[in-house]
Design a protein around this ligand. Structure first.
Ligand code: C2G
Length: 132
């Protein structure tokens, strides 16, 4: 039986931390499906639009070798529907989300992977723009 893994993220200003979580998520199954968060979701949850648009972020993630399919994550509240819709056997997230998705253990395995240290989109934006 083929095993489907699902993961979610913004993947803005794509960096090696993003690549590593995607690569390690894919190793947990036969196919990896990635939900890329919508621009509107980021504005709602983080109070700002991503640097790259959802179309650009989708295009980048879809082009990665370990990724079988991508879709737009319109809202955090639809996570259960996305898991069921895509027939996911495993949900993978970085451990900054530790414990936050345990409620889905009734429909799939839930795995939190350690984040890559010392790199983040926010730190990159600050470094490039010379702030703060
Ligand atoms: N990540 C990582 N190491 C980093 C930075 C990020 O492993 N240094 C992981 C995060 O833990 C996450 C994924 O990369 O699993 C995407 O991170 P973000 O783009 O910051 O997405 P996020 O805002 O965590 O997801 O349903 C979740 C939402 O879509 C938001």
């Amino acid at each position: 039986m083929s095993r489907t893994v699902i993961t979610f993220g913004t993947f803005d200003v794509f960096h090696v931390g993003h690549l590593r979580v995607i690569t390690r998520a894919a190793e947990l199954g036969d196919r990896l499906v990635v939900g890329v968060s919508a621009d509107a979701l980021n504005v709602r949850k983080k109070g700002r639009a991503p640097v790259f648009s959802q179309q650009e972020r989708l295009e980048i993630v879809a082009a990665l070798k370990p990724v079988s399919a991508v879709f737009v994550e319109e809202s955090l509240e639809q996570k259960r529907d996305y898991i069921l819709e895509h027939g996911a056997d495993v949900l993978v997230m970085g451990d900054d989300w530790e414990g936050r998705f345990d409620e889905f253990r009734d429909v799939c395995e839930v795995v939190y992977l350690p984040r890559t240290p010392a790199i983040s989109t926010t730190a990159l934006i600050e470094k490039i723009s010379g702030t703060p």
